[in-house]
Design a protein around this ligand. Structure first.
Ligand code: ADP
Ligand code: MG
Ligand code: ZN
Length: 494
């Protein structure tokens, strides 16, 4: 082993994530303002979300239901009673100068999520997941956060329900953190409580420290003292999975370099520069006491003990993938593709209920998702047209059009021109020619090409292919080549 490789091995990274996700509800968490984004700033606001004196918060039941669904999905404990606290800090996006959040009795505690990274399955422990309100959004004009000439504030986002999901420091590599975020999003979308397409719907704070490699053993819990004593940095407000991976990889290299040069890592909050893929120091890390948490007296404690039984959640991606393998006999790869979103999985099951499951898998996983992907589209973009795709599968299954035409002509024109499959079949003349017409074409091809017939009888292999080609031309590609081949042989044998 080279000296450098030995050095690479003696230090290890420890990573923990705090993930903020917006919950999809019609109205904000403590007032009746709509959460639907609008172009016009400061229009979806009221005295409550602007924090005007005398206004009182009223908890949105839908946000609590969404949180309970998340709790069930991550197998968390949901306490008998949950409470809200004020987290005090002064910042322009927070008009009340405190954020209503949860502190010592969060709605979800001690959960977990299975993630597979490079084929290896890991269980990531989730310490807590709590409800809180989103602050407003700041728009820095004329530069970044540190160089702007001035900043605009939009309170439309203020009061959007958020869930903050805090993992234990169970990740060892930036790629694992990224895989976790992808899995978390997948599960949240299955639950119907989250929209990944929405701008800023997921924001990550990524914590990383470096410890002696000898203190880390895969799959084993870290010693709390080691964790406590390691100086860590928290990179705030990263808006994508890839960004989280990049920021963590940067931090891992930066901290390891400091340690190798005998320097100390500062415990601090850092900012991710997305353009450069680097992190910069923002401020020393605030401690819990800086926030002066105290109980939110305007919201009574909420009894949630029976909500867990009352609220149902759909079958989740892992379970569904396993069922697709056992019930439909699919391979792991197709089953994974087909369960990647709830919409795709629902659509697949719909098609598989009327047609052969393998045919349905080919059509949904390979053809439809492939063509959508090629066009940078998602299943949600064609959500209202799923009947048309079922009709296309029906045309193929009923042998009314050839597979080749269905894939290369009908499906593509459906997506590019917005036509229905029957319209494409009609305008392109793709309906399979009936048996009599194929026979006529076979007779004609023989009559018109005596040389080829002679070559065929002389044993020249290419002659038959030439004749098949002639028939296919006459039938505009709508005949079945295998059948044409057989018909020609029969005809020429007489
Ligand atoms: P704080 O109260 O300072 O925010 P917490 O103990 O609540 O700190 O942990 C916040 C996040 O930091 C969690 O996601 C946790 O997994 C992570 N974390 C804790 N210790 C470490 C460490 N030594 N290295 C990396 N991440 C850590
Ligand atoms: Mg924190
Ligand atoms: Zn409001």
């Amino acid at each position: 082993m080279s000296t450098q490789a030995a050095q690479q091995d003696d230090l290890a990274a420890v990573i923990g994530l705090e993930v903020h996700v917006q919950l999809e509800t019609d109205t904000k968490i403590f007032c009746g303002c709509p959460t639907e984004p609008t172009e016009e700033p400061n229009t979806n606001v009221c005295p409550v979300c602007l924090g005007l004196p005398g206004s009182l918060p009223v908890l949105n039941e839908a946000a609590v239901e969404a949180a309970v669904k998340v709790g069930k999905a991550i197998d968390a404990d949901i306490p008998r009673e949950t409470r809200f606290h004020r987290k005090n800090y002064y910042y322009p996006d927070l008009p009340k100068n405190f954020q209503i959040t949860q502190y010592d009795e969060p709605i979800c505690q001690d959960g977990e999520l299975d993630v597979s990274v490079e084929g290896e399955r890991r269980t990531v422990r989730i310490r807590r997941a709590h409800l809180e309100e989103d602050p407003g959004s700041l728009q820095h004009v004329g530069g970044g956060i540190d160089t702007a000439t001035h900043t605009r504030i939009d309170y439309n986002r203020a009061g959007t329900p958020l869930m903050e999901i805090v993992t234990e420091p169970d990740f060892r590599r930036p790629t694992e953190a990224r895989a976790f975020l992808a899995k978390l999003e997948e599960v949240l979308e299955y639950l119907g409580v989250f929209d990944s397409q929405r701008d800023g719907s997921l924001r990550v704070d990524a914590n990383l420290s470096i410890v002696p490699a000898a203190d880390v053993r895969d799959g084993e819990e870290m010693d709390p003292e080691t964790l406590e004593s390691a100086n860590r940095t928290e990179v705030k407000n990263i808006s994508s999975h890839k960004g989280a991976e990049t920021a963590l990889a940067y931090e891992e290299a930066r901290q390891k370099n400091l340690i190798r040069r005998g320097k100390a890592v500062e415990q601090e909050t850092r900012h991710f520069n997305e353009t450069h893929g680097s992190t910069v120091s923002m401020r020393s890390k605030e401690a819990e006491k800086d926030y002066r948490y105290f109980e939110e007296a305007d919201l009574p404690p909420l009894q949630v003990s029976d909500w867990k039984e009352r609220i149902d959640i759909p079958e989740l991606p892992d379970a569904r993938r396993e069922r697709f393998v056992s019930e439909y006999g699919l391979d792991e790869e197709s089953a994974s593709k087909l369960t990647s979103t709830k919409q795709v999985a629902d659509f697949y099951e719909d098609v598989a209920s009327s047609f052969d499951p393998d045919l349905a898998a080919t059509w949904v996983a390979d053809n439809l998702l492939g063509e959508l992907n090629y066009r940078d589209m998602a299943i949600t973009d064609v959500a209202g047209r799923l009947d048309e795709f079922t009709r296309l599968v029906e045309l193929v299954a009923g042998d009314e059009i050839t597979t080749k035409n269905a894939e290369e002509v009908v499906l593509r024109k459906m997506l590019d021109e917005g036509k229905t499959p029957d319209e494409v079949v009609e305008t392109e003349g793709l309906g399979k020619t009936d048996a009599a017409a194929v026979e006529t074409a076979v007779r004609e091809a023989i009559d018109e090409n005596p040389d080829a017939v002679e070559d065929y009888h002389a044993g020249e292999g290419g002659a038959l292919n030439f004749l098949v080609g002639q028939v296919m031309q006459k039938t505009q590609g709508s005949a079945d080549p295998g059948q044409v081949n057989q018909l020609l042989r029969d005809e020429l044998a007489d």
